[in-house]
Design a protein around this ligand. Structure first.
Ligand code: GCO
Length: 454
């Protein structure tokens, strides 16, 4: 048994997002987001569902916050739904939409939970998509207005702010067609991403303009590091490198170094997907941040030869290195990501691990009324072990958030992928805390745990 310990002020939280938990899609004046519209297209969501009701957090927020409180959760990460605040995308504020978040924040504070807010977690108002969405450069202004309203309304109550959650989702939505709004052009993907980065910069600029008390602002990027299956094989290494360029580096470089890497520029040139960029763009994108939000779920292994990759997965699976959900168990991913941030970006601002979690499928309470999700327990302990190790080495990591408090609407997988510490019956809205929820609660209480030697 190894003792894993965290300092008293290390923040343990849960992460959620508006589109995935709120439901109340058209309540009190809210208009559709791109995910409401996208989900209506036949065949795009694995189980054919929509986010219209989901966990109905819009109506159940008090009970759900009370549940989080019972688990001892110290910080609650959530996002604002842009189309709840601005049903027309910009212009007129919907007071009822704002009121909902006022109630949520008040409830969190009453329950001693630190609110951690994300301005944009993938749910652009559909009305703005109809004006070109992330392809229209005006979006920087629209996003800026939206951000300023929230800073003014909540600046005195919310200490942690993220401009954007996982900019890559917008790329996926414009380049690969599998996320909303469902376009399939590499050029669109890169252009949309450039505008997302500008919006991030505009958000930070406006944050500094307001009187934000002790508020801190950052961005949340997911790092799924690509590793070559055969480190001695040139083709595998080149493949992994290119993937790293196209994914997390295409956000970290602009934000921390003020430009795209030459490798990405070469790729975009060769593939005719160079976005339109204007003078001054990178000054706006690269601004000092107060913290970095790291979403980390796993690594990716690349191999130029598909048959070899499959054979390796089979071997590792039989060796017990894969979880029931088919994903490799590689908790060191978070440690590697923290090292990469230090080494490649000389990151000196605090890090919050803003998301970490693992899905299961067809998970329901058993005859004993419990959900024995031992895989998720192993996963959470594994990641916490590597975070504790990074802390021991002196890295400034301030908190950790499990994705997610509740099973929720997992984008194009619908309700099929369950990530919650709490099981949700989407027919009855009944919540059942899973074994992982009980474990996490104990970890928070003890500020640590004993890691079994397995
Ligand atoms: C992400 C998003 C979440 C997801 C979670 C599980 O990281 O992809 O922030 O909205 O639901 O990651 O896939």
């Amino acid at each position: 048994m190894k003792q894993i310990r965290f300092k008293k002020d290390f923040l343990f939280g849960v992460a959620t997002s508006a589109a995935q938990i709120e439901g109340g899609a058209f309540a009190d004046g809210r208009s559709a987001s791109i995910w409401d519209a996208f989900a209506k297209k036949p065949g795009v969501i694995g189980d054919g569902t929509t986010p219209e009701v989901s966990c109905d957090f819009y109506h159940n927020y008090k009970e759900d916050i009370a549940l989080a409180k019972r688990l001892g959760i110290e910080s609650f990460r959530f996002s604002f739904s842009w189309s709840r605040i601005f049903p027309e995308g910009c212009g007129k504020v919907n007071e009822k939409g704002l009121d909902f978040y006022k109630r949520v924040v008040e409830e969190l504070l009453k329950n001693d939970m630190v609110p951690n807010a994300t301005l944009y977690h993938w749910d652009l108002p559909q009305v703005l998509e109809e004006k070109g969405g992330w392809l229209n450069r005006d979006i920087v202004k629209w996003y800026g207005e939206y951000a300023s309203v929230l800073f003014r309304e909540f600046g005195d109550r919310i200490p942690l702010w993220a401009t954007i959650n996982e900019p890559i989702a917008t790329y996926v939505g414009y380049a690969q067609g599998i996320f909303a709004p469902g376009h399939s052009s590499e050029l669109m993907g890169r252009q949309a991403n450039h505008h997302v980065l500008l919006a991030h910069g505009e958000g930070v600029r406006r944050f500094r303009e307001e009187n934000m008390k002790d508020g801190k602002i950052g961005i949340v990027v997911d790092v799924w590091k690509h590793h070559p299956l055969r480190p001695e094989n040139e083709a595998d290494c080149a493949l992994a490198e290119l993937e790293n360029e196209k994914t997390y580096r295409s956000y970290l470089h602009p934000v921390f170094k003020g430009g795209y890497t030459s490798a990405l520029l070469n790729y975009m040139e060769a593939n005719h997907c160079m976005p339109d960029m204007q003078e001054g763009d990178f000054e706006l994108i690269r601004q000092p941040l107060d913290f970095f939000g790291l979403n980390c779920y796993n690594r990716v292994v690349d191999c130029a030869d598909d048959t070899l990759l499959e054979a390796d997965r089979k071997k590792k699976r039989t060796g017990g290195n894969f979880q029931d959900n088919g994903a490799e168990f590689y908790p060191r991913a978070v440690y590697d990501a923290i090292h990469m941030l230090k080494e490649d970006y000389e990151l000196s601002i605090p890090i919050y691990v803003t998301e970490n979690g693992t899905p299961s499928y067809n998970e329901t309470p058993g005859a004993d009324g419990c959900v024995h999700d031992s895989n998720r327990i192993q996963y959470i302990r594994g990641f916490l072990y590597w975070i504790a190790k990074a802390l021991e080495e002196g890295n400034d990591i301030r908190g950790y958030y499990v994705w997610s408090l509740l099973d929720n609407w997992e984008w194009n997988s619908g309700f099929y992928s369950r990530y919650g510490l709490t099981h949700v019956d989407f027919e009855t809205q009944e919540r059942t805390v899973k074994d992982s929820g009980k474990l996490y609660s104990q970890v928070i209480k003890d500020k640590g745990f004993e890691l079994p030697e397995d």
